[in-house]
Design a protein around this ligand. Structure first.
Ligand code: C2E
Ligand code: CA
Ligand code: CA
Length: 780
């Protein structure tokens, strides 16, 4: 937990230092610590060395002082002894018989013995062996003026014989009437050098002897014994001679030299160590900090850029590993981005360019065409009633059909043309240099032929048709405009029944706009209660009595007025409103039929059913629901289906119809003769009635139509089907139909579609026996 908390804290704290800064910081910190340690060691070692040198100087002066004292004491003893054995008179009498000798005395390596007469003459001296040097005299030496009682030492004087600065150890020598001295003359000018030679030791201390302010001897002229002692380490001791001092000293530089050289070598080692540290720092920087920085920058790019460049770093294995993983991430990201941008511009099902990519290519095509003084064109291909393939055969079949169609169309493309899928069953082909209307229409016709070839989709064999909208770009059209106009033309082709090519005309746009507004209104019409039913009576031909009625849907809209079903039913089918609308019509019609039944008129009600209703949803259930809810007898309900409806999906429609038939409902084939139903189908479906299309009935005046109607009536009788002639407008047509054996009809001749109350008003005023009526209506 603690670790996690501190990690979280670390993550919150903003990073201040780079790895390089940390590395440099560590090295600099180590450098500073080492420098301080070095300085402390240096100061300590130097003061130690200084202290030791001072101690040795003390020792040297102590030893030298002791030696001088011993020497002077020995000298005094020696001259006392000599004085006792000598007689000045005898020496004066025979000076050449006098002999004195001197060997070195402690630190006094030179000196001599003199016998001095009271007048200062030197009759005998160790300097000259036997006899005294001629004219030798110590006259004027200050120690002559006092006669010491015992051996004593003189002050400083200039030796009369050697001219050197000396001290003298003096002892009186007895004689007859006269008195003289034995004098040991010790020159002091070489004393310091001699002491240095004897007691300078391995460090070669220098010595000086001072008397008060005067330096009487020094082994080293530069040695500063008085005043400034800078640059020297010294020690001084008082000598046995009053007022004299012995100073020993060494140059500080020399005394500290070993320590200093040691310190220098240590510094050199430290410097080398630092050089190595800096080299290591540079290596660490190059091998760790620089790659890390590259990685950090690459990670930054990964966050900012959509397709960042891969990163290349050297350095340790872990960093390379991070870089490799980062590159793998980048590669994954790039391929993901590629896929995303591909997906954004392509249809996932067929892999064809989608609308966005088509528009992009169209824009280029329009520009290029304008430059080349030609015109680009666009075909928008809508597969007719494609939703029915999906809803009746399933989406798998629909998808396979689209894929097969896409590859077939793609195979027929010419260079620079683009095939795109716009969605659902809609495709588009761009023709960058179609030039004119005829070329574009020829291309559209070629596409129609390709679509019309049988498609094998997931086991189903489909024959499809296409509604193709064709638009040729006018000067100044945008790609969007071209697409919109070609689409408008395609919708127009669909409205006109499909399986055709439609060239775009500006008037189509007006119609398309009207249609769009209709669509808008239609989607709200049901909840606004704008629909109602009219009923067109169906009469028995010989008697002209009303035996039934067809329910016809009406739409009364505040904007568009009364809209005919031929306009709104296809739109309702397209926008998916037809099921609700169909249920509405079924309910109202059954309610009305029940109302008539209760009034004593058991009329059969015919209700139009569109293919959509049969193929989507649970139509059979809906019908039984409505029958149960209105309590209408099933045999008073007839469902009218067009031939083309029957052909949509033979298997499913047949199943649905058998179910309905099982409930006792009648089935009628509407507009019979306009479709392509075969006799086999007529037997296969549980059909009760044929309604001969009004186009044939209206044409009864010409022989061809007359023959056809007669044939249909005969066919119906042969198949034991009820037959109704639709659209009877003329009396002679009614008579002809009677002659042909047609016993039921519907048309303006008898009654127009009208309100239920108006139909009721036309019903015979006498009460009909219900049972009798039902049996009559069943008999047709
Ligand atoms: P339809 O089923 O063929 O209906 C008969 C049409 O013919 C009606 O047109 C009717 O007014 C018209 N008609 C009847 N007698 C004559 C005549 O003597 N001369 C002429 N010239 N026309 C005549 P309407 O009402 O405009 O309906 C058109 C179509 O709309 C219907 O054709 C039917 O396919 C469809 N429709 C109407 N109501 C519904 C409905 O509730 N559901 C569905 N799915 N379609 C409906
Ligand atoms: Ca009908
Ligand atoms: Ca009809």
């Amino acid at each position: 937990m603690g670790g996690q908390r501190s990690t979280a804290r670390d993550a919150r704290r903003p990073a201040v230092f780079s790895v390089r800064t940390y590395l440099v910081g560590c090295v600099v910190a180590a450098l500073v610590i080492l420098l301080i340690a070095e300085a402390i060691v240096a100061v300590h070692s130097l003061s130690n060395a200084r202290h030791k040198a001072a101690q040795r100087a003390d020792y040297a002066t102590t030893v030298a002082t002791a030696a001088i004292k011993t020497a002077l004491d020995q000298g005094k003893t020696a001259i006392s002894g000599v004085a006792r054995t000598l007689s000045i008179d005898a020496i004066l009498a025979a000076p050449d018989k006098c002999s004195l000798s001197f060997s070195s005395l402690g630190p006094f390596t030179s000196g001599h013995l003199d016998v001095v007469a009271p007048d200062g003459r030197v009759p005998c001296s160790s300097l000259s062996g036997h006899g005294a040097p001629s004219g030798a005299s110590q006259a004027g030496a200050p120690w002559l003026t006092t006669t010491p009682s015992g051996p004593s030492m003189s002050g400083l004087f200039t030796d009369g014989l050697t001219g050197r600065t000396s001290v003298a150890l003096v002892a009186a020598v007895g004689g007859v009437g006269t008195a003289g001295f034995v004098v040991l003359v010790l020159p002091v000018d070489a004393l310091a050098s001699d002491i240095a030679a004897a007691y300078g030791g391995p460090e070669h201390f220098d010595f000086a002897v001072t008397a008060g302010d005067r330096v009487i001897s020094t082994s080293q002229k530069a040695m500063p014994v008085i005043g400034s002692h800078a640059g020297w380490i010294e020690s001084s001791t008082d000598l046995a001679v009053p007022g004299w001092q012995l100073v020993s000293g060494r140059r500080t530089a020399a005394a500290l030299a070993p320590t200093r050289s040691l310190l220098i070598s240590e510094t050199v080692v430290a410097a080398v160590a630092f050089l190595v540290a800096f080299v290591l720092l540079a290596v660490a920087n190059r091998r760790i900090a620089v790659p890390l920085r590259k990685l950090a920058l690459a990670a930054g790019r990964l966050g900012r850029e959509v397709t960042p460049q891969p990163v290349e770093v050297g350095g340790p294995a872990e960093l390379r590993q991070v870089a490799e993983r980062m590159n793998a991430m980048i590669a994954a990201r790039v391929s993901f981005e590629d896929k995303l941008s591909h997906d954004a511009l392509h249809d996932p099902l067929t892999g064809l360019p989608n609308q966005a990519l088509l528009l992009d290519r169209l824009a280029t095509a329009c520009e290029t065409a304008a430059e080349a003084n030609t015109r680009a064109a666009l075909l928008v291909i809508g597969i007719d009633r494609f939703e029915l393939v999906n809803t009746s055969l399933g989406y798998r079949v629909g998808d396979h059909a689209l894929i097969a169609l896409a590859s077939r169309l793609e195979g027929a493309l010419r260079p620079r043309q683009t095939l795109a899928r716009l969605g659902g069953g809609e495709f588009a082909v761009s023709l960058p240099d179609a030039g004119d209307r005829d070329t574009a229409l020829a291309e559209a016709a070629a596409v129609s032929r390709i679509v019309a070839q049988v498609v094998d989709a997931a086991g189903a064999s489909l024959t499809l048709t296409a509604s193709i909208g064709v638009a040729v770009a006018e000067r100044g059209w945008s790609a969007e405009e071209l697409l919109r106009n070609a689409t408008t033309a395609m919708h127009s082709a669909k409205e006109r029944g499909g399986a055709r090519c439609q060239f775009f005309e500006p008037s189509l746009r007006v119609r398309a706009n009207t249609r769009l507004r209709l669509e808008n209104e239609l989607s709200r019409a049901l909840e606004r209660g704008e629909f109602y039913l009219e009923y067109q009576p169906i009469v028995s031909l010989p008697s002209r009595r009303i035996t039934g009625a067809e329910a016809l849907l009406r739409w009364q809209n505040s904007v568009h007025g009364i809209v005919p079903p031929s306009t709104f039913v296809p739109i309702a089918e397209e926008i998916g409103l037809i099921n609700q609308l169909g249920r509405f019509a079924l309910e109202k019609a059954c309610e009305q039929a029940m109302a008539w039944y209760e009034l004593g008129y058991p009329m059969r009600i015919s209700v139009n059913v569109s293919a959509h209703q049969l193929l989507t949803g649970n139509f059979a259930e809906q019908v039984t629901d409505v029958l149960a809810h209105t309590q209408l007898a099933p045999d008073l309900l007839c469902l009218e289906l067009t031939e083309s409806t029957l052909m949509e999906d033979v298997l499913r429609i047949s199943t649905a119809l058998h179910a309905l038939k099982g409930h006792g409902v009648s089935i009628s084939i509407d507009d019979f003769g306009t479709g392509y139903s075969s006799l086999a189908y007529l037997q296969r479906f549980p059909v009760d009635e044929l309604k001969i299309d009004r186009s044939f009935v209206g044409g009864l005046d010409n022989a061809a139509d007359r023959n056809l109607v007669a044939a249909v009536v005969a066919l119906a009788h042969a198949l034991e089907l009820h037959v109704v002639a639709e659209g009877v407008e003329k009396e002679e047509h009614a008579l002809q139909l009677v002659r042909m054996g047609c016993r039921a009809a519907q048309g303006y001749l008898f009654a127009r579609p009208q309100s239920a109350s108006r139909v009721t008003a036309q019903l015979p005023r006498h009460h009909i026996d219900l049972d009798e009526a039902v049996s009559r209506s069943n008999a047709g």
